[in-house]
Design a protein around this ligand. Structure first.
Ligand SMILES: Cc1cc2nc3c(=O)[nH]c(=O)nc-3n(C[C@H](O)[C@H](O)[C@H](O)COP(=O)(O)O)c2cc1C
Ligand SMILES: Nc1ncnc2c1ncn2[C@@H]1O[C@H](COP(=O)(O)OP(=O)(O)OP(=O)(O)O)[C@@H](O)[C@H]1O
Ligand SMILES: [Mg+2]
Length: 495
């Protein structure tokens, strides 16, 4: 008898569906995972409703039917085989199919406007990129219409899926017999090369069926990666998105921490990081503090990674990197978190038998985009995911060590440029007296940042000059001093 991977799959279905049958929907796309889910839903429906109908004599019908609301997002780039399998299956099992021809988010918004929908069943499994951070019951993400995502087969493996399909002898989409192991669109999916049969006599390439794939970790090998980053080395010099007008590389800092947002902890690290970046000539364009939440991190990383040359992520890492930051980065890049053997080895050496949790779980890193940057002074390597660097520092001294190591690693991802320098002048003149002259100075020195700041209402006004050319900074400061009576300004050297 077939062993279901988890009793949870069944209870998950029971819990979510049959009390609220009208307000739940099943998201079906003809893929293997949603095919498994369809038959679990049918079984659940039969157990809860069918039995009473059986007594009325219509056993065969009740066993076939599953009149659950079913949503299918049909796209022009779907494989014709997927489309036809979806429609045929809906007819065979009497599914109440609602075809939506919009993107997922807009489609769901329209759906929820039209019909109250509290929960949607999905065939998401833990290795899927979009499963990052999800549980069997996961509310939809922030920014999405509100419903509960129900993932009964979240913990099923690739092997479990095929064992179920083959043992129960249920029909599946024909593409899986042609070597496809996971199906996206016609533009980004090909048969899995690991199933290719070498046959010199044949001119066309032949593939074994999907269930022959021995290592489920390669399930998505036929799926091409999402579009590459806008911000990679190819656009290093385009000067539009990731290099500032003054020719500096631009970076942004994302701090993850509920404590900072509640005001119970202070963020000291990003100020230090700004100074470090300025000292190697980089300009920081934005510092953002986000909640300790995978979707919040993902949204911010997604936004920042394409408009900055480098993004630094601070905080949000639990003991040994197992927290939301890495999951957020994985989600932002549309990849899954996968065990990393090299990282696992570092953790093993570091914590050895003191580890109480699952070390493998701690060694989950964003798949295919992660570079480990090792340095002899670091107990575990720094993690870089394309142009996102995750700094695991918890205090200033750790940050300083990590920064020094980062600059010394062989792949040195941070190019050193002429540093930024600054000069400060103090005056007891009022803002009104100085404003016009400073505005004119800003126009005359577009390469120098000139800003004013007061520590208190009655204290001196401090004018700051920041730039990369010492002579220009001194000239701007001198011009300001010379515009007022001698002795009106006092200040230190440029440094
Ligand atoms: C019914 C349904 C609900 C979804 N809810 C969310 C959501 O709450 N948050 C989210 O980021 N994506 C959501 N998505 C999008 C999926 O995470 C994912 O992008 C989609 O299934 C495409 O996966 P693929 O890129 O592997 O083909 C939803 C998709 C569907 C069909
Ligand atoms: N176009 C779609 N319409 C309706 N539901 C969808 C659609 N795309 C994805 N889903 C939902 O998301 C789940 C996960 O998608 P995913 O592509 O990982 O699995 P699958 O399509 O069932 O199988 P495979 O991994 O072989 O492609 C699906 O099982 C389904 O519930
Ligand atoms: Mg699919």
């Amino acid at each position: 008898m077939l062993q279901l991977p988890s009793r949870n799959s069944v209870s998950c279905i029971g819990l979510a569906s049959y009390q609220l049958f009208e307000q739940v929907a099943f998201s079906f796309n003809g893929g293997k995972d949603s095919t498994v889910l369809l038959h679990l839903l049918r079984a659940g429906y039969y157990l809860h409703k069918g039995k009473s109908e059986c007594f009325q004599g219509n056993l065969s019908d009740s066993m076939l039917n599953c009149p659950i609301r079913t949503i299918y997002f049909e796209s022009p780039s779907a494989f014709p085989e997927i489309n036809s399998f979806t429609y045929e299956t809906a007819t065979v099992y009497n599914l109440q199919l609602e075809t939506i021809r919009l993107d997922f988010k807009s489609g769901l918004e329209a759906l929820l406007r039209e019909k109250p929908t509290k929960a949607i069943f999905l065939g998401t499994r833990i290795g899927d990129p979009n499963a990052v951070g999800q549980e069997q019951f996961s509310p939809s993400s922030i920014g999405w219409p509100p419903f509960m995502r129900v993932n009964p087969i979240l913990d099923w493996s690739y092997r479990d899926v095929w064992a179920f399909i083959l043992t129960c002898k249920v029909k599946y989409c024909s593409l899986y017999d042609q070597g496809y192991t996971s199906i996206g669109s016609i533009y980004d999916t090909v048969p899995n090369a690991l199933l290719s049969i070498v046959d010199s006599s044949s001119t066309t390439e032949i593939f074994k069926p999907a269930y022959m794939l021995s290592d489920g970790r390669s399930e998505r090998a036929g799926r091409m990666k999402k579009l590459p980053l806008k911000c990679d080395t190819a656009c290093l010099n385009n000067g539009v998105t990731n290099v500032s007008q003054s020719g500096s590389f631009i970076a942004s800092i994302i701090v993850v921490g509920d404590e900072i947002l509640f005001g119970t902890a202070e963020d000291k690290l990003s100020a230090v990081l700004c100074k470090k970046l300025n000292a190697i000539g980089w300009q920081v364009t934005r510092m953002t503090v986000v909640q300790n939440d995978i979707d919040c991190v993902a949204a911010q990383v997604e936004q920042q990674k394409s408009t900055n040359y480098m993004v630094f992520l601070l905080g949000g890492l639990g003991p040994m990197h197992s927290d939301v930051s890495l999951a957020g980065v994985a989600k932002a890049f549309g990849v899954r978190l996968a065990p990393d053997e090299e990282f696992e080895e570092y953790l093993r050496l570091l914590i050895g038998k003191h580890c109480t949790g699952d070390r493998n779980e701690m060694a989950l890193l964003p798949e295919g985009i992660t570079e480990l940057m090792q340095h002899s002074k670091l107990p575990v390597p720094l993690i870089k995911c394309q142009n996102v660097i995750i700094l695991a520092a918890t205090n200033v001294s750790e940050l300083e060590t990590q920064w020094d190591c980062l600059l010394e690693t062989p792949s040195h991802p941070l190019m050193r440029l002429p540093p930024f320098m600054s000069k400060h002048l103090g005056t007891m003149l009022s803002d009104v007296e100085t404003a016009q002259t400073i505005s004119k100075l800003c126009l005359e020195f577009p390469d120098i940042y000139i800003g004013c700041q007061r520590k208190s209402r009655v204290g001196p006004l401090v004018i700051t000059f920041v730039g990369k050319d010492k002579t220009r900074i001194e000239l701007a400061a001198e011009k300001l001093s010379n515009s007022f009576p001698a002795g009106a300004f006092s200040g230190g050297d440029c440094g």
